[in-house]
Design a protein around this ligand. Structure first.
Ligand code: MV4
Length: 458
């Protein structure tokens, strides 16, 4: 049993973890940077410790500072949230060496999944469908050409240490392959300190669909259905929903079984997300696994009724999944999440500053996760997401109309937000039909520009 947990994060996810601890009767310790003195995670935790200057590198990412705070406060465990130290295997190792439980998978598993090509081979062995591609990393340009011939163009070169879109190049002709190979490799070296690449068949207009899992420390894994995350811009998700319109109950059950087996083989523990791409034929292929709780976890909570963060804590305390999830798994209704960012809605430039008006919507089927408040400040140092607006309805139509009325009641003054952008997306016919893929936002902005040009010509 945990007496006390340190939350190594800030913003809404820090509050989300504090809420889960409260409900389980666990004391909480917040850590904060000098820019976050007046933040709600500091106010609502039982204790709070300043760990350094505003920049993340000097505070939230400073491993010795976080570990010192944990030792001073005498906590049993650390919850890393998402981002920051959440997928840092070295940090999890330092926790282990300091006798502090890291709430997440063991460092060995985090490291395996961080090496994307190793993760791909591990999934292949476990019979999870993967895209045609190289077996392991590519040793040279010549080997890249060989694989490209075998797989067939177009292909995509990806960084083994990658993620988030950096160190990737799409190859459409053999002539340009050597140049793109060099570009991808040097970009990966700069970004990750490792230039090794692997290759996959390129899917032109994929949907991004991910499966939530929970795994206990006794070898039991449960697949909790999928989230559709195709509405994104420059690898930043804007809207997520569950279930996906393109995943049938049969697909969910079959892939769920394969996922369960594969993660039992790997020795996975705690919460995780397996990312897939869906091709035009509706087939799903594994691309990466994220070994943390994700931003969009609430849409899964809304349709399954399972509190994923409480489950994370209980798993880390050694409880069995069968004691945490006591009812048969069902997905009920439909849930959608909009990420509300402090950004200019067209230019996407960050919009830090003081919030003067902050009216949060509520009512039937509406959930808001935020650490912002009226007269609070959005500092310029961190991620621009200031709130998540989540709705649940008995079907997608009801969820969409709830989202539209809740967006209309969400009033933020003092800074720019992406609320107006979301209102436009929810009026878009293609979005409403559920007829989209990861290129949706590009087409959306093109349609907008065309409509604007037409209006001006009149
Ligand atoms: C792909 C792909 C098409 N084919 N892999 C982008 C980030 C990284 N996590 C994987 N990514 C992609 N991998 C193959 N074989 C297209 C993307 C991709 C993408 C994937 C998910 C969500 C948004 C995306 C936007 C652009 C490209």
């Amino acid at each position: 049993m945990f007496r006390k947990v340190l939350i190594a994060n800030r913003g809404e996810i820090a509050l989300r973890v504090i809420s889960a601890c409260r409900e389980l009767g666990i004391r909480t310790v917040a850590v904060y940077s000098e820019a976050d003195r007046n933040s709600l995670h500091v106010r609502f935790a039982d204790e709070a410790i300043c760990i350094g200057p505003p920049r993340s590198a000097d505070s939230y990412l400073n491993v010795p500072a976080v570990i010192s705070a944990a030792e001073v406060a005498d906590v049993d465990a650390i919850h890393p949230g998402y981002g920051l130290l959440s997928e840092n295997a070295n940090f999890a190792e330092v926790c282990r060496a300091s006798n502090i439980k890291f709430i997440g998978p063991p460092p060995e598993v985090t490291r395996l999944m961080g090496e994307k090509e190793k993760a791909r081979q591990a999934m292949k062995r476990a019979k999870v469908p993967i895209l045609p591609g190289s077996d392991g990393v590519i040793a040279s340009e010549a080997e890249a050409l060989q694989w490209a011939k075998e797989v067939g163009l177009p292909v995509i070169l990806k960084a083994k240490a990658g993620g988030g879109g950096r160190g990737m190049r799409v190859v459409r002709s053999m002539e340009e392959l050597p140049g793109l190979y060099q570009q991808a490799s040097s970009e990966a070296t700069n970004a990750f300190g490792n230039g090794e690449l692997y290759m996959e068949k390129f899917i032109e207009r994929p949907r991004h669909i991910e499966f939530q899992v929970l795994a206990d420390e006794h070898g039991n894994v449960m697949s909790l259905g999928e989230r559709e995350c195709s509405i994104q811009r420059r690898h930043q998700k804007l809207i997520e929903e569950s279930p996906s319109l393109k995943v049938t109950p049969k697909m969910r059950e079959e892939l769920g079984k394969t996922i369960k087996k594969s993660l039992e083989d790997i020795g996975y523990q705690n919460a995780g997300t397996i990312e897939f791409l869906m091709d035009e034929d509706g087939k799903l292929y594994f691309i990466e696994m994220n070994t943390r709780i994700q931003v969009e976890h609430p849409v899964t909570e809304m349709v399954t009724g399972i509190d994923l963060v409480k489950a994370q804590l209980r798993i880390a305390m050694g409880e069995k999944l069968t004691d945490i999830i006591t009812e048969p798994f069902v997905m009920r209704g439909h849930s959608i999440e909009c990420r509300i960012n402090a950004e200019h809605p067209e230019k996407f430039t960050p919009s830090a500053g003081k919030i003067h008006v902050f009216n949060v919507p509520g009512g039937n089927g509406v959930r808001v996760e935020t650490a912002q408040y009226a007269e609070g400040v959005v500092p310029p140092y961190y991620d621009s997401m200031i709130a998540k607006l989540i709705v649940h309805g008995h079907d997608r139509e009801e969820a969409m109309s709830r989202m539209q009325r809740a967006l209309g009641m969400f009033v933020v003054q003092g800074i720019h937000t992406t609320i107006p952008l979301h209102e436009k997306i929810f009026r878009d016919a293609e979005f409403r039909r559920g007829d989209f893929d990861t290129k949706f936002m590009e087409r959306f902005f093109e349609r907008e520009a065309a409509a604007k040009a037409e209006a001006e010509a009149k």
